[in-house]
Design a protein around this ligand. Structure first.
Ligand code: ATP
Length: 199
């Protein structure tokens, strides 16, 4: 099984790229969604979050109190504390899932993750695909997608991310997404062919 990791900055087009692959039958794990799911299902992680950030981190019905936790983490500068709890649990669960998929004989598994290269190139990924867009494109797309009028808000999110243009050396493929969605589709399908072709 080939494991492809898809990464890039906000609004670069990671999800759009992965949706094109999904339409071709590729199984994609969106790491953000995976983490959100884990934060309400992994009992050990829930306990650790409550111990560190308080019981208020969860509502009595077990759902996450996002507003409270975001305020604790982002406004009080405790993001790294939260990440230190969530990330190890996340990678552990992901590795379990990879093993399951391998046993099921899946030919290709894609993992979409903005944080993929945060600690260098992860061993578990065979092919790193970096989606790159001009900064202005990223800002305009996120503005439109999320209905944000304030550029400031997007810039602050962008500035918290690594500069992906400096991470090309960690990628096997760089996909430039400054053109149309059709162009992105062509590039995505070409790369999919390349990765899955057998002779
Ligand atoms: P995030 O990290 O914020 O989740 P992302 O990298 O997954 O972002 P997408 O959600 O795929 O980015 O793209 C951001 C927005 O830009 C979406 O609304 C998407 O439809 C649009 N978009 C992506 N690529 C293009 C393109 N080439 N042309 C026009 N719109 C695009």
């Amino acid at each position: 099984m080939i494991i492809a990791g898809i990464t890039g900055g906000i609004g670069s087009g990671k999800t759009s790229f992965c949706k094109i692959w999904e339409d071709e039958g590729v199984e994609v794990i969106y790491l953000d969604d995976f983490a959100k799911e884990l934060m309400v299902s992994d009992q050990e992680l829930i306990k650790q979050i409550k111990n560190t950030f308080g019981d208020e981190s969860y509502y009595p019905d077990g759902t996450l109190n996002r507003k409270y936790l975001a305020a604790e983490a982002f406004e009080k500068g405790r993001v790294s504390e939260l990440n230190a709890l969530v990330h190890p649990a996340l990678w552990k669960k992901l590795d379990q899932m990879i093993t399951e998929k391998r046993e099921q004989g899946l030919p290709l598994l894609a993992i979409e993750a903005a944080i993929l290269l945060n600690k260098g190139r992860p061993d578990r990924v065979d092919s790193v695909i970096l989606i790159e867009s001009d900064r202005d494109e990223q800002i305009q797309r996120v503005k439109k997608r999320d209905g944000i009028s304030e550029e400031k808000e997007i810039l602050s999110r962008l500035n918290k991310q690594p500069d992906f243009s400096n991470l090309h050396h960690l990628a096997d493929h760089v996909i430039y997404n400054n053109g149309s969605l059709e162009e992105l589709q062509q590039k995505a399908l070409k790369l999919l062919d390349q990765l899955t072709e057998t002779d």
